[in-house]
Design a protein. Structure first.
Length: 429
């Protein structure tokens, strides 16, 4: 506790200093007999309590008090006036200008101790409040930043889930289109080979018929030949023969174009999100995910974390964070489906050979044996229609297994416990 005593009388300075030293409170005391020096001393040292004489030459104690209170940084400093004055006007002026208390002169030991200890307590409380305020201010800033991050993350998670769903749908559609497209392309190729043969045969028939009309005078045959030629004109066989090759060529070009579009669609459906990859602490990622879900967690379940000594992993923080969020959310929804508020979720991390492992288990209803093999399939869900997309576990599985060459599995005992476990290679890059 830093104390400043200001009095033009050196005897009063000595008495005040002696009483402060005997108070049993650890203090650093500065004595000043010139009020002009107070401003400089205040800037030099961060005082907690100031004892200030009222009647002094050069500058009165009230003027010094006004000078101190002009600076907002000194608002919480305790100022105790030392006075032999007894008129109410002086007291009123002191308190109106920011004095916290007073001590009568000549100084009485008991009164001095009482008022000094009260000032120390008030100052400590003020410092504690300031510390709490600064901490709350800092936490509020962090919460605002976290809230912004959460909103951004929420938006990107939603967009990624939508993109994943569209990608899976596109991949399925592309696969379904590819099959008949293959048949169509193959058939057009075969048809293109057959057309010249048909054209050659038609030319041969025409040549033969022309010769028969010249050589044969049979009226009935000639009439049939004429009828065939009329039908050819009506059906525009010459035009068909001349155009059929171009039509097949255009159709083949169209099939090739569709095939390329489908191939691009498949590539797009398989493309991941190219985000920054750096070394991250998995335990820290889990803590942040738990923080984001804290509101739901405290309403539904308690969470236990058993972290092991694990090395950092080379990964994209948001992708692994999404996996953790999906798994914890899945546990919360499972426990909530039982209308329970006393659930338990256990998160463990540890190293297993060259793999960093994480398990997330809950005491929810579990997963039936007949559906456990389907839970990583896109759009598979046991929840009501519209309440879930059925892509959370599928995306998580893809991130761990496909993006990071890791392992992902689940084991469940219905009505007892379900445990999801994923492994990531150490130093995976």
């Amino acid at each position: 506790m830093k104390i400043l005593v200001v009095d033009d009388d050196r005897f009063n300075l000595t008495v005040a200093n002696e009483f402060i030293q005997k108070s049993g409170i650890e203090c650093e005391v500065t004595l000043c007999n010139d009020p002009i020096e107070v401003e400089g001393l205040m800037k030099e040292k961060n005082f907690d309590i100031v004892f200030l004489d009222i009647v002094m030459p050069k500058m009165t104690g009230i003027d010094v008090l006004k000078q101190i209170r002009k600076n907002q940084d000194y608002n919480n400093i305790q100022v105790i006036m030392l006075t032999s004055l007894t008129d109410s006007k002086s007291f009123k002026s002191c308190f109106e200008n920011g004095a916290d208390d007073y001590v009568n002169k000549p100084i009485n030991k008991i009164e001095f101790f009482a008022r000094f200890k009260a000032a120390v307590k008030t100052r400590n409380n003020a410092l504690m409040l300031k510390e709490m305020f600064d901490r709350i201010k800092k936490q509020n800033k962090e919460l605002l930043e976290l809230n912004k991050t959460l909103k951004d993350t929420q938006f990107h998670v939603i967009q990624k889930e939508k993109m994943a769903a569209i990608g899976e749908l596109a991949a399925g559609v592309a696969h379904e289109i590819n099959n008949p497209l293959g048949y169509l392309g193959s058939n057009l190729e075969t048809l293109a080979k057959f057309v010249p043969r048909i054209q050659t045969m038609i030319e041969e028939y025409r040549t033969f018929i022309s010769k028969q009309k010249t050589l044969v005078e049979d009226r009935d045959i000639n009439e049939k030949i004429s009828r065939i030629r009329d039908i050819e004109k009506q059906l525009k066989i010459d035009f068909v023969i001349s155009e059929i090759g171009e039509i097949i060529k255009d159709s083949t070009d169209g099939v090739d174009r569709v095939s390329k579009i489908v191939g691009s669609l498949q590539s797009f459906a398989k493309t991941g999100f190219e985000d920054e990859m750096v070394l991250n602490d998995l335990n820290m990622i889990i803590d942040e995910a738990v923080l984001l879900l804290n509101n739901d967690l405290k309403r539904v379940a308690i969470i236990k974390k058993n972290y092991g000594g694990i090395p950092n992993i080379f990964c994209n923080k948001s992708q692994i964070g999404q996996v953790i969020l999906n798994l914890i959310t899945n546990s919360l929804q499972a426990i909530s489906s039982q209308n329970r508020f006393d659930g338990e979720i256990i998160i463990e991390t540890y190293r297993e050979n060259n793999m960093v492992c994480c398990t997330i288990s809950d005491d929810g209803p579990g997963i039936e044996d007949n559906i456990i093999s389907k839970i990583f399939n896109p759009f598979f869900t046991t929840k009501e229609v519209g309440s879930a997309t059925g892509v959370g576990l599928s995306i998580s599985h893809d991130i761990i297994v496909k993006k990071y060459n890791g392992e992902f599995d689940v084991e469940s005992i219905p009505n007892i416990r379900t445990k999801f476990k994923f492994k990531l290679p150490v130093g995976n890059n």
